[in-house]
Design a protein. Structure first.
Length: 139
């Protein structure tokens, strides 16, 4: 569980997701490889052809969760390569979908951190577990 969520009561079923987060790092390696492949694509194709800031933001939020670090709205937008206004629109969409949550910095009320919700962690974990099985089946 991230430091950000350490002071919050644990929602029902969160222990199973904590186990997934702290396995052997395989999902984190797979996630980072996915991010690198997405960035390498821009060497060969115009970035506008594959613009998907929402997915890039979810990938970065999942990486932050796995690495147990906090990320601000500005940092999340920067990591996705989008202007802050675009990032904020996507954040609102993901909040409505129940995939992420905003958390205030307890030391600085002006700062807001973004993190995956329990549902967001479950969805990303399930996605990467499924991808790992699909890749293994192809080999």
């Amino acid at each position: 569980m991230s430091q950000l969520q350490a002071n919050l009561p644990l929602p029902s079923g969160v222990e199973q997701f904590q186990e997934l987060l702290h396995k052997d790092g395989a999902q984190l390696r797979q996630l980072r490889a996915t991010q690198c492949a997405r960035r390498r694509r821009s060497k060969y194709f115009a970035s506008e052809l594959f613009s998907d800031p929402g997915w890039d933001m979810l990938l970065e939020l999942y990486a932050a969760e796995l690495e147990q670090r906090r990320i601000s709205t500005t940092g999340l937008s920067y990591a996705a390569g989008v202007p802050l206004t675009t990032g904020l629109r996507w954040i609102d969409v993901f909040i409505r979908e129940g995939l992420i949550a905003k958390r205030c910095d307890p030391l600085d009320g002006r700062r807001v951190y973004i993190g995956l919700s329990v549902n967001g962690v479950a969805a990303m974990s399930a996605y990467f577990a499924s991808e790992e099985k699909n890749v293994s089946a192809v080999r």
